[in-house]
Design a protein around this ligand. Structure first.
Ligand code: GLA
Length: 340
């Protein structure tokens, strides 16, 4: 860091040559090198070649987002009868934990023995960004020989607090910087999504995707309907919505499968979380220059942010995102890479 604090970068590799890099600053996933159908490797996530590039990081490239990923309306919530006001860093809302979210803090890194894994821990102190409770967070990235990057989240607190942890990697399966992601075919295992208002806050409705451009239950190109005159696409400037994952139980469920036809690369996202934010990179605007001098323009990457629903603390009917003392928050997300 410019202020002298060291950053550690960890490299995870597996027996098939896949390679994932992650660093202690922001628990950021810096690169993911995976093969195409011919066996040629490319880095499929947007990012930077130097840590400076990530400070600041307005699009949250590769970041671990928290304490509350996504939006909280008005930056307000009430827990244990007490009202809390967070900083508004996204119009009238709080986005991704406030001014200095988990993407902007230094984590402790620890290489785990006997596997390609690194654990990042962070103590978010009582009152940090105005959230209640000392929250101990641990995020483990493991690369296994099934070509899966497994992300395990764990947290405990000493006061009830909202919690929502997610990974904000932007993918382009043809290789980062290789243009728009509109040709990618996406399948989302979701019959419903949470429509938003003009501030991208859920209205509370769970709307069926059937008959709308939000229907990805069968694989569809991202670009096929993205500019349709549909209220939610207009409000979101494209896709920027939480999808309600069809669940058979509480375990790992397939949330999404994405296929990029020129490279043949496939990304599957599995999770124990109730939702996934499908974000088509609408706010990338060419102001960020990333790896290899690539300029990241509108829709040059997409995110699949597994999560609790946005603004859950203000929607008692959504799955609860409140962690209480004595409980342990546990969640798992898998990014699985293959080719077709
Ligand atoms: C999230 C949000 C988007 C956008 C990005 C960061 O995915 O849903 O609206 O704010 O983060 O640019």
């Amino acid at each position: 860091m410019r202020d002298g604090r060291p950053i550690t970068l960890y490299t995870l590799t597996n027996s098939h040559g896949l390679e994932v890099k992650a660093m202690t600053y922001g628990a950021i996933l810096v690169s993911m090198r995976v093969p195409d159908r011919k066996g040629e490797f490319a880095d499929i996530v947007l990012g930077h070649e130097t840590p400076e590039g990530y400070v600041p990081n307005p699009p949250y490239l590769g970041a671990l987002v928290g304490r509350y990923a996504n939006r909280i309306a008005g930056g307000q919530f009430t827990v244990d009868g007490k009202q809390y006001q967070l900083a508004k860093n996204d119009g009238p809302n709080t986005l991704h934990g406030g001014i200095k979210g988990f993407d902007k803090v230094m984590w402790e890194g620890e290489q785990l023995k006997g596997k390609a894994a690194v654990a990042f821990t962070y103590l978010s102190k009582d009152g940090e960004e105005n959230f209640p409770g000392n929250l101990k967070v641990k995020v483990t990235y493991t690369l296994n020989d099934e070509n899966e990057l497994v992300i395990d989240y764990q947290a405990t607190t000493d006061k009830a607090t909202p919690i929502n942890l997610s990974q904000h990697s932007y993918f382009n399966l043809s290789g980062e910087g290789n243009g728009e992601i509109l040709n990618h075919e996406v399948m989302l295992n979701a019959d419903k999504f949470t429509p938003v208002d003009k501030n991208l806050i859920p209205t509370g409705e769970l709307r069926p995707v059937k008959g709308t451009p939000m229907d990805f239950t069968t694989p569809t190109k991202i670009g096929a309907r993205i500019d349709d005159n549909y209220d939610q696409l207009v409000l979101g400037h494209g896709y920027d919505h939480n999808f309600v994952i069809n669940r058979k139980g509480a375990g790992l469920e397939l949330a999404a499968r994405v296929y990029e036809p020129t490279s043949g690369r496939v990304l599957e996202v599995l999770t124990t979380q109730p939702g996934v934010q499908f974000y088509s990179g609408n706010f990338l605007d060419g102001t960020v220059t990333g790896k290899q001098g690539h300029v990241y323009k509108r829709r040059y990457g997409f995110c699949l942010e597994t999560q609790h629903f946005p603004d859950s603390p203000n929607h008692p009917d959504f799955p609860s995102a409140i962690l209480k003392p004595g409980e342990t928050f546990l969640s798992k997300t898998v990014f699985k890479f293959s080719t077709k």
